[in-house]
Design a protein around this ligand. Structure first.
Ligand code: ASP
Length: 353
């Protein structure tokens, strides 16, 4: 009798360990897939030389490959997400980590978040100026602290304690971003002068491109993860924080629904709580990933004139990458192993609807 009871107990404990915190069974399909983005915005072919387009594609490719290799070897979705994002953070082409845009006062203030869909654990940092890879700091907050979102000096002090790499301000300086800031500041003056010169002669770089980076992944154990990292908006001020580090707005992952990373004008994504709304549509309306993404991004976001898009993956490895802008740098390797790297809108926005 006692033996039977012990056996029952073992079976019960084993079955609990394959469930996530929502009590929904984690579907272990053995499939794995990954998607990344490098920002959305007013991206048209003629604004980039073929060499520039190639350069973006090369970095997207190496980020995808790094994540894919981890997943193929049986690694976790959270490791794949962190490693893909670090590659984009280290590249000055993207508005995250090294290539972050400048605030009005001339600082680089970065935000990042990461979420593990297997247990709804998450971590984020906001307004950090000296952390080389904010996504790793966010992960450290998730794994090593009792908190979820740390900001500014406090986040940097915590990251330092955890041995996260700190970088001098000069590491984040890029001439291109500095020039963008000067134009944005100048445009503000023009705007205040009501001369109307801005739209006629100059593009508004603050609106032109949101070069945030993000990654979503499904691993062989059926676990989903999402991460987002950004320098925010050029010329932002007053400690402005966008959607990227806000769990549910720019970043969300839950094994029972999907993982989402957003890019675009953060205020619109915060208003609609975009990432969580997509997951909620799947949970409560039992819709497909593609139709949840279409409804939230192409429906709700567009209806408030929201600019941007998202990458999303469900627990079967289906991927959606919708956006309302003319382009979104994006790539994926789907559950069949098919790779796509795309920059503009005329190309397909989903790979396996
Ligand atoms: N969503 C980011 C923010 O508002 C910007 C971006 O996606 O590029 O801070």
């Amino acid at each position: 009798m006692r033996l039977l009871f012990s056996l029952l107990l073992i079976v019960l404990v084993a079955s609990c360990s394959t469930k996530n915190t929502n009590n929904a069974p984690t579907p272990m399909t053995g499939k794995y897939a990954i998607a990344i983005h490098g920002g959305a915005g007013n991206l048209v072919k003629m604004n980039l030389t073929p060499q520039e387009q190639e350069a973006y594609k090369l970095v997207l490719d190496s980020a995808l490959t790094a994540g894919d290799e981890i997943l193929r070897a049986g690694g976790s979705a959270i490791d794949a997400v962190e490693s893909a994002i670090k590659i984009m953070e280290d590249c000055p082409l993207f508005n995250a980590g090294r290539g972050s845009v400048f605030t009005h006062e001339g600082y680089n203030e970065m935000d990042a978040a990461i979420m593990d869909g297997s247990n709804l654990e998450c971590g984020a940092v906001a307004g950090v100026r000296h952390i080389k890879n904010p996504i790793s700091a966010a992960r450290s907050v998730m794994e090593k602290s009792e908190f979820i979102l740390l900001k500014s000096e406090g986040a940097e002090a915590f990251a330092t304690e955890q041995g996260i790499e700190i970088a001098d301000s000069s590491y984040f300086f890029t001439q291109h971003r500095w020039d963008q800031l000067q134009e944005a500041i100048e445009d503000d003056k023009t705007e205040l002068d009501h001369s109307g010169k801005k739209s006629a002669s100059k593009p508004d770089h603050r609106e032109e491109k949101y070069g945030t980076v993000g990654c979503v992944a499904l691993d062989k154990n059926g676990n989903l993860a999402a991460g987002t990292s950004t320098g925010g908006l050029t010329n932002k001020r007053y400690g402005r924080i966008g959607d990227s580090p806000l769990i549910g707005s720019g970043t969300y992952a839950d094994n029972s629904t999907c993982a989402v990373s957003c890019t675009g004008k953060g205020e619109d994504f915060i208003r609609l709580n975009v990432a969580h709304d997509i997951a909620s549509m799947i949970r409560y309306q039992n819709t497909t990933l593609q139709s949840a993404c279409d409804s939230v991004i192409m429906g709700k976001l567009k209806s408030i004139k929201g600019r941007g898009g998202c990458i999303a993956i469900d627990n079967q490895g289906k991927i959606a990458m919708p956006f309302t802008t003319s382009g979104m740098f994006r790539g994926c390797i789907d559950a069949e192993g098919k790779k796509q790297i795309l920059l503009y809108a005329e190309e397909p926005t989903s790979v396996n609807p």
